[in-house]
Structures are given as C-alpha cells and as structure tokens.
Design a protein around this ligand. Structure first.
Ligand code: ADP
Ligand code: MG
Ligand code: ZN
Length: 554
C-alpha cells in the first residue's frame, strides 16, 4: 500500500485513518468517513482501485470539481474519467463499462439515469467500490441538501455486494444516521476523525457595517496581496458581495466574484480563474461551495454572521488545506442576528425550523464568545477538547480583559424587566439613555428609576453588553415573527434577586468597549430624543425609587 501511495501520489506515509479505511474497503466493508476538510478523504477512495485493479465509482456533486480531480489523477498516471448528463462522448461510456478506468466520477443525476445493463457490465468488468463524496448532501439535516443524492440508495439494488463509502466533513449525528440509512449501508465501519484544524487561526471582529468599516475591511484584504496566496470573502447576501467586490476593484485589488445569481458559465469561469490564481481575492456567497480544493487559500473572511456553525466550519475550513497556518476571521454586526426568519423560510417542518434556529443561535454564540473559539467549535461537533487555551484563536491570544460589569448588567437587566420583557433591545436601551420619545412617554417609562442612568454610554455599547448577557443565558432572546424580544431569564432573575440598588455581586464580563471598539460616530445621538439633563446617579436613589425598584425585581 505504501508503495502505491508513493508511486502514484508521491506521499511517503498515510495520514491518520487513511490506511485503516482503505483496508476496510478492500475487505468489502461499507464505511462512513467523517473527517475534517483537508484531512485527505479523497485518497481513501482513490487508493483501493489501484490495489484491487478494479474500478471505483465516485459520486461527486459538481462537474467543475470532477474535472479538476480527473485532470490531477491523469497527471499522476491514473486512468480517470467523469460522466455527467451533459457529456455526450460515447466512448467514455463504453470505456467505463468495460472497466477501463481506475476511477470513474459521476454526478448523482447521472448515476441514477444509467441503465441496469451499464451497471451489470461494470460489475462483470470489476468494480471494487462506490464512493459518495460530500455525502451530507443526502441529508435534509445537512446544510447542502440535494434531492438527487436522495435517490442514490437505489444503486444498492444494482450493486448489492459492492462496498459503499460515504465521505463528509459534516459531523452531526442526525446527518450521519441519514447517510447510513439512505445508502442502505450494512453494519458500516465508521471513522470519525478529529475536527481540529490545528493550522487555522480563528477570530471574530465586530462590524458596524458603516462605510468606514468597509474601508477598513478592504484595507485589511489588500494587505494579503503580496503573498502568493488566496483569500475568500464570504458574504451573506449577493448585495454585500457585489458591494465588497466593487470596492476591492476600485482599490485596484485583483478580485473575482461568485454567487447564485450569476449564470453557470460565469460562475465556472470565475472558479477557474481563481484556481489559476488570476486574481487573489474571491468575493462570494455560500454558493461558492463544495470542492474548492485549492491548497494556497490563506484567509477566509466571513462578512456577516453565517447561518450555522456547520456551514461556518466548512467554509472557513477551505483555507490552509496544505497544512500551512491560515486565518479565519468573521465580522459580524448585530443586525445579522435578525436573519433567523429568512433562514427558517427554508424549513418545511417544525422540527427543521427548530434545527435551523438552533444552528443559527450556535453561530451567534460563536460570534459573541469570549472564551476559546476552537474549544467551542469542536465541542459543538461533539468532540472533547482538553485544553482551555488553544493559543491560536483571538480570545486565547489577546487576553480580552474582563472587568466587573455588575452595576451595568444590573441596570440593563432591571430596565429590561421593568419595561415588561416583551420589547427588543432598542426600547430598554433608549430608556437607559434617557430618551423621551413618544413611545417612552406614553408608556411612562421615563418615570422608571433607570431612565437616563446609562446615558454616558452609546446605544451600541449597551447592546454589546446585552450580547454578552445573552451568550451567558442571563438574558433570553426569542423571536416573534421577524422581531426579536429580549427578557430576563432565570439566571438573570437570580442575579437581580441578589442585587440591591447600592450593591451588586460581581459579574465579570469583557468590556463592551473591547467588543465593539471605539464607537465614536456610530451612535446617532438625538435620534432617541435624549435630553440634556445630567444623568441621575444610581447610588442616589430616593426611597420611593428604591421601593419602586424592589417592586420590579420582586
Ligand atoms: P478532503 O476531501 O478530506 O477535504 P482532500 O482529499 O482534498 O481532503 O486532501 C487535502 C489535501 O491533503 C490534498 O492536497 C491532498 O493531496 C493532501 N493529502 C492527502 N493525503 C495525504 C498524505 N497521506 N500525505 C500528504 N498529503 C496528503
Ligand atoms: Mg473532499
Ligand atoms: Zn482558543
């Protein structure tokens, strides 16, 4: 096996799990391979046909990806070809049937329309494996569900004794079970590799989406220019992608764009140009997806909170496939968190809706995290991570100073509670900041003891503090239609119960100033109707106010 590895691929040793997987396949066992992006899953199905001297059929979702792989394999002296519905070359077909290829790629659509006689002939010629790459596409719980993948189970009936292997980098249990069932696997050998991508640095920055911010981002990206490396900027909407793309071009940065509203042809061209290093920044939506096997991607930037941690892990994982240190930065704005309804619109059942919500909330928490991001990611995927500090994420490298925010947290939570707990964040924050808007006067919230107590701090500062309290379960955010409401959760109530107006137990949180940076100019003073009165000092509550406060907390 090692000599085949050396002879065809030029590698001197197998990576973890590869050899064992190949052996199981050669033993005729069905297998499920769940391993991180870049861990070398392809090799697991490329080696067996070279040893068995039979054909491996690989189901792969994208033609461009198959073309690349076929080209690379041919260069290594491996007989490879692909079949797609678009391909009309009859000789490829008959060569395939007669077992001329070591590795035969096809799209799931093609696999389903090939006749039984094709498969029977191939069986006689010799087929040692059917590999389903990106197997999570089979599952509706996955983030890339493809209807055609669902049909693949039918191949089991025509190839009853051929081992099947499903390969994916998506780890959730539901998806795993779906793959095993859909491919009708019999007692499969399951390999779950570590999800830790040790060469990737993870970091998150707050973005206010102002034009000044976009300027910063463009500057940041232009820094990557001199190194012979590529960057992908993932945007959550086509509009964002077009905007960033335009700014990059205006700054003289060689960039390309890729999104779902472009024609197939334009997309393919863009992908190819990126692979050939004709430009070094690809601005894309998540339509720029599977099979981006480009070794020298050094940076993946997410502009906007992704819809799930599963997709974040996959997208960010596209950098550093060659093992060289690479960075994954995510820029989020609070407004990103309001997109839940948009994502939920894809759901067809209540269960799916719940699953989508849960993964979105996990992504939001990732954004607001102040502890190790690697640990959080790995544990989300069910892997135990033994370290508290990974040394290669923003939270582990820059010590975000936590300070006692008990008083501020107390004010915010008590105010949210006093306002009834059925508003978004804006209203309680406006109350704290002393707004006399009509809504506030009408509801008599200007009479609350907290009114105006928080006016030294900008609204975004209070919202960043709220984010921290939400991520720690003191506050609970819920969706009502498209609006989010925030209320004090049980943990927050416990905290409030242990507070008095003059004294609050310590509550260490990262300073919102560190989270949101210098917010000068981003807070629109006046909009909230803040009057010019000096803020009331909390310590100076009169007795009635203190009484009133007590009532609220109780
Ligand atoms: P995956 O499909 O798991 O995301 P790939 O199969 O595309 O990953 O492999 C990622 C990279 O790792 C490729 O560039 C591949 O050539 C390289 N690779 C795979 N196996 C080995 C090995 N045993 N030794 C060195 N490099 C390897
Ligand atoms: Mg792969
Ligand atoms: Zn860390």
């Amino acid at each position: 096996m090692e000599s085949i590895l050396k002879q065809y691929f030029g590698f001197s040793k197998f990576r973890p799990y590869q050899k064992e997987i190949v052996e199981k396949i050669l033993d005729g066992k069905d297998s499920l391979v769940v391993m991180a992006t870049g861990s070398g899953k392809s090799l697991c199905y490329q080696v067996p046909p070279l040893i068995a001297k039979k054909t491996t059929v690989v189901i792969s979702p994208l033609i461009s990806l198959m073309q690349d792989q076929v080209m690379a394999l041919k260069q290594r002296g491996i007989r490879a070809e692909y079949l797609s519905s678009a391909q009309t070359d009859r000789s490829a077909h008959s060569n395939a049937e007669s077992g001329q290829y070591n590795i035969l790629y096809m799209t799931p659509e093609k696999a389903c329309v090939l006749t039984t006689s094709f498969w029977s002939r191939l069986l006689i010629s010799g087929i040692c494996l059917l590999a389903v790459d990106e197997a999570h596409c089979i599952s509706e719980w996955g983030h890339d569900f493809r209807v055609e993948y669902k049909q693949l189970g039918r191949l089991r009936d025509v190839l009853p004794n051929v081992p099947f292997v499903g390969l994916t980098a998506t780890a959730t249990e539901k998806v795993r079970i779906d793959i095993i069932n859909s491919l009708k696997m019999k007692n499969p050998h399951i390999t779950i590799g570590s999800f830790d991508r040790q060469n990737l640095f993870y970091g998150v920055k707050y973005s206010d989406r102002s034009s000044a911010f976009v300027d910063e981002l463009v500057k940041e990206i232009s820094k990557y220019r001199n190194s012979r490396s590529s960057t992908i900027v993932y945007c959550t909407t086509v509009k964002d992608a077009e905007q960033i793309f335009k700014f990059l071009l205006e700054d003289g940065i060689e960039a390309g764009i890729y999104h779902g509203q472009m024609s197939n042809k334009a997309r393919e061209e863009s992908h190819r140009a990126f692979i050939r290093d004709e430009f070094y920044v690809m601005v894309a939506t998540i339509a720029f997806g599977m099979g981006i096997d480009k070794p020298n991607i050094r940076h993946v930037i997410h502009y906007g909170c992704p819809k799930s941690l599963e997709s974040y892990y996959q997208e960010s994982g596209r950098c550093g496939r060659d093992g060289i240190p690479s960075t994954c930065w995510l820029y989020y704005a609070r407004s990103d968190f309001g997109k839940a309804d948009f994502y939920c619109s894809e759901a067809r059942t209540a269960d799916q809706r719940k699953a989508i919500m849960e993964s979105f909330v996990a992504a939001q928490r990732y954004c607001m995290l102040t502890t190790c991001r690697r640990k959080y990611l790995l544990e989300y995927f069910g892997e135990k991570y033994g370290f508290v500090n990974c040394g290669t994420c923003d939270n582990c490298t820059s010590s975000k100073n936590e300070s006692d925010m008990s008083r501020e947290a107390f004010l915010l939570m008590a105010c949210i509670k006093a306002c009834g707990g059925h508003w978004g964040l804006n209203l309680p924050v406006d109350v704290l900041r002393g707004s006399r808007s009509k809504k506030i006067i009408d509801a008599q919230f200007d009479k609350l003891p907290f009114h105006g107590l928080g006016k030294e701090m900008p609204a975004n500062w209070w919202k960043a503090l709220a984010d921290q309290l939400i991520s720690r379960d003191y506050l609970i955010e819920t969706f009502r239609d498209v609006y989010k409401t925030v209320r004090v959760g049980p943990k927050g109530v416990d905290f409030l119960n242990s507070c008095t107006p003059d004294h609050q137990p310590p509550l260490y949180l990262p300073s919102p100033t560190e989270m949101v940076g210098d917010m000068k100019g981003t807070d629109i003073v006046g909009e909230a109707g803040v009057d010019g009165l000096a803020p009331i000092k909390f310590e100076g509550l009169c007795q009635e106010e203190a009484q009133f406060y007590k009532m609220l907390v109780e």
